[in-house]
Design a protein around this ligand. Structure first.
Ligand code: UT7
Length: 339
């Protein structure tokens, strides 16, 4: 097994066409645009069609990647899909994608469940697989159709979530790595603060409601994130030789601007150097980080050679972050995008 460097060589993304604005939500629940913007920073979100699922959005994101970087995906040897809204419990979205994207049948395909932290965890797994020499070309998706598990009668959650998909390609490279440092953490005791009911009735004594839609104690998740994410950011920087001044772009999970602001304050990373996708897309769970990164690239903010710190956090409760050197292959074509 030949060890290698792991390099993120390409990115793609997709959001559904249909918009749901705060004004649309005013017609569904007792809320208003001013409250939502003030408390979350979110103005609108994208909603998938009734027959459009996570695998469909992943296909569109992969097509965007292939077009922009002129990449063939046939010889990908591992598909990782970070999602909590798979088309089915099984087969996995990753297996469905092997067929839909026409990838060689020798590929491995697995979904990875870590909610809003999922993309960061999947990227970490991909790095390990490539750097160890076990795999050479890994597709990493962060994708969620949150609208399919959102209760549109619950004003405390329905204002937050939207749908979207992002994907990156991690390839073996003889010289360059994209991965500089990593940090993670899990506090399973907080699992009942945000969940989707499964087969079990209780978690650490807490009764789980039987709704089939996401249930959240927003205030608890909020407090936990503001306390833990700044610590995680500091830990990553300590593990590397980097300081906050070396971070060109900080991309925390886009849960809520009122969570991002204190995180920036506590870590000393200015909000001006922070990218988030929540204003137009809401909380797209595993997709928020790749969407914000791709939006930054398309807006001409993120440039090759820059240092990016991504940090995911959410259900579990879990968190994970990576310090990245952004050094993809050149783009050959930049198609029109909704981003
Ligand atoms: O992706 C990771 C997982 N999720 C998160 O990170 C979410 C983290 N939490 C949050 O984003 C925030 O806690 C929320 C946005 C969910 C709520 O904001 P908040 O400032 O924590 O509000 P709150 O829950 O303390 O509620 C304040 C008031 C309440 O009224 P009373 O009891 O004070 O009369 C709520 O009933 O605001 C009321 N409220 C609303 N009012 C208008 C709650 N939701 C709404 C709403 N519109 N949509």
């Amino acid at each position: 097994m030949e060890q290698s460097k792991a390099r993120i060589t390409a990115i793609g993304s997709y959001v559904p066409v249909k918009k749901m604005t705060n004004f649309d939500l005013e017609k569904l629940v007792d809320t208003n645009d001013e409250w939502i913007v003030q408390r979350t920073g979110i103005k609108e979100r994208r909603i998938s069609e009734p027959d459009q699922y996570t695998s469909d959005m992943c296909v569109s994101a992969a097509q965007d990647l292939m077009q922009r970087y002129d990449k063939s995906l046939f010889d990908v040897d591992l598909i990782l899909v970070a999602t909590t809204t798979p088309d089915f419990i099984f087969p996995s979205v990753a297996a469905i994608l092997q067929d839909k994207l026409g990838i060689s049948s020798s590929v491995g395909a697995i979904d990875l469940s870590a909610a809003c932290s999922g993309f960061a965890y999947a990227l970490h797994v991909a790095e390990g697989m490539v750097a160890s020499g076990l795999h050479r070309k890994v597709l990493v998706f962060g994708a969620d159709t949150m609208s399919k598990i959102t209760d549109y009668t619950d004003r405390t959650t329905c204002i937050l979530f939207g749908d979207g998909a992002g994907v990156v390609l991690v390839e073996a490279d003889p010289e360059q790595t994209s991965f500089l440092a990593y940090h993670q953490g899990t506090e399973g005791i907080g699992g009942a603060h945000v969940y989707l009911k499964g087969m079990a009735e209780k978690l650490k004594g807490a009764e789980m409601s039987n709704t089939g839609t996401l249930v959240q104690n927003g205030r608890e998740v909020f407090r936990w994130a503001v306390r833990n994410v700044p610590e995680g950011v500091k830990a990553i920087l300590e593990k590397s030789s980097y300081t906050t001044n070396d971070v060109d772009w900080f991309i925390p999970h886009s849960a809520n601007l009122r969570i991002i602001e204190p995180i920036c304050e506590r870590t000393g990373i200015p909000l001006e150097r922070t990218l988030y996708s929540l204003v137009n897309f809401g909380n797209t769970s595993a997709a928020t980080i790749p969407l914000a990164l791709d939006q930054g690239i398309r807006d001409g903010k993120v440039k090759d050679g820059e240092c990016i710190l991504i940090y995911g956090f959410g259900a579990g409760l879990t968190h994970a972050g990576l310090l990245l050197n952004w050094n993809p292959h050149p783009q050959v074509h930049l198609p029109e995008s909704d981003l």
